[in-house]
Each structure stands twice: as structure tokens, then as C-alpha cells.
Design a protein around this ligand. Structure first.
Ligand code: MSP
Length: 532
């Protein structure tokens, strides 16, 4: 049954341009969003930029422009990159937009009015790079250096507005314990969060002073600016808090990486629990899932500009030019750090994945089948003459049915590489079916042509269903295949963030004999290393 589906990425800092890490999270969210549209879900996919960080002011000053000019420039770089890479977000939120700022003021005022935000004094270890205070025990553990970037922590005292996070530990533990309303995945990350909550939660400062005009003021107190993280988290709600979009809440998945899990798994749900207590806010329930992936490293090491292994926009564009957009998506989605270990972005691994799955399996199989259809049946899909089983003694339709089930289960639990493997499994089954039945040998005998017809029908039908499952990963090439196999109705339904009907489309036997099948260039030409 189609339902609604709301998925988000973190909103990215605009002190610099996007890199592979940002592209990764947005790509996996895009694959999942496309899968839900394919199923027919009313899907809302949100990404955007987090602009009120102090480091934006610093970078702007270094570049002799105003913070807003700097933010505009980099927000545009993010938006252009995501558009160029074919992301299908439904909105791109910038925290400097009025529609966001007014909502932040509104919610923070509500938190002040209900007493969950109060004025107090704070002294602690501040991590300037992360814009967050590090609790004493963690500061000590990391030798008073940033656990993230290793730079010394700074001792800071501030008069601040505080959020009563301490009041929400028990309810969070309870919710996480059942995992039914609100959950964190993978489970190892959830266990870390639970352990930290059990250590006890302190109230947290949610305002800063002395940050000039950059940021959103605490309602009623112009000396204080709302802490950038509180401002940023609210984007998930501010964007859809309109009459026609409220139906999307709660978020079904907030995709984040491990670096920012705490904010999403603890502070954000605590804020929402507080807000939802207020009359009129009952709809502000907790997000269903926070999914925290790990990091890309590059060529075996942490990415760094000085090491020269940083995957920046130029490198990303180079991969796209050389291998195509789908190849980058496929590599990121199937080889990426969705679990609790980091993944290595290496050129060798990229080429291997491309050649094995895309060139030698999917692309090659489609070429073989369309070439044989051209040669033996004049480019028209032949009529199967026997039951699918009898041609080879395997139950082809059932293999596909099982693969669709495996794919769907994997997608629902965000196991993207497993889902892709299920789809590729169909293609591999077609390859071995061709090996067993040898249609190119059968075709030499006129009286065996009816058998060849059955084999090619089964192959085409299997590839059609595989292509549907692969579309979220490989939208460009799959559409090219649909153009060549008269399946444009899928392209049309899915264009402009439209929805499909996977339940119906994946049924065996929907390809019409007589349909024109065009042969053409390989979808994924085999890669010759000399080209890099
Ligand atoms: N602005 C905050 C997020 C606010 S969300 C309410 C922020 N921005 S960020 O620009 O630093 O982006 C962090 C996110 O980028 C990570 O959580 C992750 O999604 C992505 N990645 C950044 N580097 C990455 C890797 N090396 N590997 C994978 N993803 C990474 O934090």
C-alpha cells in the first residue's frame, strides 16, 4: 500500500564547497527516495545548507566578502552539484531563508514560554571546529583536544540560554528500548547512544553571545544568538510546517553520519518531545529512524587536502565524466560505509565495481539479449511458445519473484548493497540461463526457433524487472534501456519526482510480444584503464 515517505540528509555547512562525503549521504538518500517513488509512495526528500556557523563568518572574512555572500556562493555550489548529479530532492532548505528563521524563532519562543529553555551560566570545554561543548569526561579522554579534528579545546564561560535536556533521558531510553516509535540504526550505534544517555544528560547551552549579526537571535534577547545546531536541527520541521506539507511529518529517515549522531538521536528528539507537549503541536512526533552511516576514507587514509587524497568536486566530476553519473551512484550506494565501518574510496575498487557489475553483467547482458532479438526476430520481442519453465527446466519467473522480495526487504531496511545484489542476481541468472540454453546454437536450426523465442522472451522479461529494481541506482542508463525497449511509460510516470507502481510493474508477463527492441551501444562500455 502506498503511503507517505519523508527522508532527509544533514544540511551541510557552507564554509566550503561540497566533497564526496556530502555527495554520498545525498546520493544514498536519493536512491532510497527514488525507491519509494517507484513503489508509489508520496515521497518528500529534503536536503539543504546549514549557514549560521561561526566558521562561515571566518571564511567570509578571509575572502573579503560578507557572510551572506559567502553562504550564497557555497550554498549555490551545493545546490548546483546536487542538481548536476541528478538528485531528486523536493526542496533545498537554507537556514538563512526567512521561511526557516521565522519558524526557529517561533519554536524557540515556545520552548522559552514552557520553561524548557531558561537563562543560566555555563563553563566548559569548547570545540570550535564542531561548535559544541565537550563534556569533561570526554575532554579528558581526548587529552583536551577535539575528538574530531585534534585541535586544542578552549575553556569558555558563557551566560547562556539552556535547554533542559536532563529532563528527557528517561523517556529517550524508554523509546529507544522498544524501538517502535523512534529508533536509531545500526544497532551498534544505538547501543553507544544508549550507553551515553545512561551516563546522564546535562542541560545544554543553546545560545551564544558575541557572534554579531550572523545567526538567529533568541526571541526577546538580542544579546543572544541561537546556537547553530538548534537552528539547524529545526530545518527538518520548518520546511514541512506548512498546510500542504505537514502530512509528511514525522520524518521516516534522517540520514546522518556518525559524527553528528548525538545531535540527531538525543538533542533533536528531546526538543521535539518538549515542543509536542504544547497545545497545537501534538503532530510533532518523533522521527521514526535516525540512520547513522560511517565515513569514506580515500586510498586507505583519512581524506586530506595535504595528502592529496581528498575527493573534492573536481575529482567527483572526473569520475562522472569518465564513467558516467550512474557509475558514481552505483559505487557510492553499493560500496559505501552504510554500516559501522569506514569504506575506502579507491580508484581500483571503483573500476572493479564498474567493470564487474555494470559493464560485464548488466550492460553486457542487455546487449546480448537485444542483439539476439535483432538477429533472430527482426528486433521484435518474440512470442513465448511454451511455459517459461519448460524451455530450460528452471522456473525463471519464480527466481525473479524471489529476487524482487529480497530487493524489497533489503531496501526497506536500507541495506542498499544487498538490494542492488538482488537485482544483479536476476541479471546473473539470465546470463547463466543463456549459457544453459545456448539460444545462439539453437537458432541455427529452423525448427528450434520457437524455443529461442521462449528463451529471449524470458530473458527480456527478467531484464525488464531487473531494470525496475536498478532504476533508483542507475536512473540514466535504465531510462536509456527503457527508451530502447519501449518502456517509456515508466520514464514518464517517474519523471519530475512522479510515482510508479512497482507492485504492478514487477509482475511477470507484462512485456508485449511484438514490442520493438532496439540494439545499440553498450550501456556501460568496458573500462580500459589507460583512459584514467
Ligand atoms: N551542518 C551540520 C549538520 C546539521 S544537520 C541538522 C554538519 N554539516 S557538514 O557539512 O559537516 O556535514 C556532515 C555530514 O556530511 C556527515 O554527517 C555526513 O552525512 C557527510 N559527510 C562528511 N564527511 C563524510 C565522509 N568522509 N564520509 C561520509 N559522509 C561524510 O555536520
Amino acid at each position: 500500500m502506498p503511503s507517505k515517505f519523508y527522508i532527509t540528509t544533514p544540511i551541510y555547512y557552507v564554509n566550503d564547497r561540497p566533497h564526496i562525503g556530502h555527495v554520498y549521504t545525498t546520493t544514498v538518500a536519493d536512491v532510497v527516495a527514488r525507491y519509494h517513488r517507484l513503489k508509489g509512495d508520496d515521497t518528500f526528500f529534503l536536503t539543504g545548507t546549514d549557514e549560521h556557523a561561526a566558521k562561515v563568518v571566518d571564511s567570509a572574512a578571509k575572502n573579503d566578502v560578507t557572510p551572506l555572500q559567502w553562504a550564497d556562493r557555497n550554498a549555490k555550489a551545493f545546490e548546483d552539484t546536487f542538481n548536476r548529479l541528478g538528485m531528486t530532492h523536493n526542496d533545498f532548505i537554507r537556514t538563512t531563508q526567512d521561511r526557516h528563521k521565522s519558524k526557529v524563532e517561533h519554536y524557540v519562543k515556545q520552548l522559552l514560554d514552557c520553561g524548557d529553555v531558561y537563562l543560566g551560566e555555563y563553563e566548559g570545554w569548547y570545540d570550535a571546529g564542531q561548535e559544541e561543548y565537550v563534556p569533561e569526561n570526554r575532554a579528558k579522554e581526548s587529552d583536551y583536544k577535539s575528538p574530531i579534528n585534534g585541535k586544542p579545546l578552549v575553556r569558555k564561560t558563557e551566560k547562556n540560554y539552556f535547554f533542559k535536556l536532563s529532563a528527557y533521558g528517561d523517556s529517550l531510553l524508554q523509546l529507544l528500548g522498544s524501538g517502535e516509535v523512534f529508533d536509531v540504526k545500526p544497532v551498534a550505534r544505538k547501543n553507544e547512544v544508549v550507553a551515553r544517555i545512561r551516563d546522564g544528560l546535562n542541560d545544554i547551552p543553546i545560545s551564544r553571545t558575541g557572534s554579531g549579526d550572523w545567526g538567529i537571535k533568541v526571541p526577546g534577547d538580542d544579546n543572544h544568538t541561537i546556537y547553530v545546531w538548534i537552528d539547524a536541527l529545526i530545518n527538518y520541521l520548518s520546511t514541512i510546517d506548512t498546510d500542504d506539507r505537514r502530512k509528511y511529518w514525522p520524518a521516516d529517515v534522517h540520514f546522518v553520519a556518525k559524527d553528528i549522531l548525538w545531535f540527531h538521536a538525543v538533542i533533536w528528539p528531546a526538543m521535539l518531545t518538549s515542543l509536542a507537549k504544547l497545545p497545537g503541536n501534538e503532530w510533532m512526533r518523533l522521527p521514526r529512524l535516525i540512520y547513522s552511516h560511517s565515513f569514506w576514507i580515500s586510498e586507505g587514509k583519512k581524506m586530506s587536502k595535504t595528502l592529496g587524497n581528498f575527493i573534492d568536486l573536481e575529482k567527483i566530476d572526473h569520475y562522472v565524466e569518465t564513467f558516467g553519473l550512474d557509475a558514481l551512484r552505483y559505487f557510492l550506494a553499493t560500496q559505501g560505509p552504510m554500516g559501522t565501518t569506514d569504506s575506502d574510496f579507491s580508484e581500483a575498487k571503483f573500476i572493479e565495481t564498474y567493470n564487474t557489475d555494470l559493464a560485464n553483467t548488466f550492460g553486457n547482458c542487455f546487449s546480448r539479449v537485444s542483439n539476439m532479438t535483432a538477429r533472430y526476430f527482426d528486433g521484435k520481442l518474440p512470442t513465448p511458445t511454451e511455459e517459461p519453465e519448460s524451455a530450460v527446466g528452471i522456473e525463471h519467473d519464480r527466481i525473479v519473484e524471489q529476487a524482487v522480495r529480497d530487493y524489497t526487504n533489503a531496501m526497506e531496511s536500507l541495506e542498499l548493497s544487498k538490494a542492488a545484489a538482488a537485482a544483479m542476481g536476476i541479471v546473473r541468472a539470465v546470463d547463466s540461463y543463456i549459457e544453459t540454453t545456448q539460444p545462439f546454437q539453437l537458432a541455427k536450426q529452423q525448427d528450434k526457433l520457437p524455443q529461442v523465442a521462449t528463451v529471449l522472451y524470458n530473458c527480456t522479461e527478467s531484464l525488464r524487472i531487473a531494470s525496475l529494481l536498478l532504476w533508483p541506482f542507475l536512473p540514466e542508463k535504465v531510462q536509456e534501456m527503457w527508451d530502447r525497449t519501449n518502456c517509456n511509460h515508466y520514464t514518464e510516470a517517474l519523471a519530475d519526482r512522479g510515482t510508479g507502481d512497482l507492485d504492478l510493474w514487477q509482475q511477470w508477463g507484462r512485456s508485449q510480444p511484438g514490442t520493438h527492441i532496439q540494439k545499440g551501444d553498450p550501456l556501460f562500455p568496458r573500462f580500459q584503464p589507460a583512459k584514467v
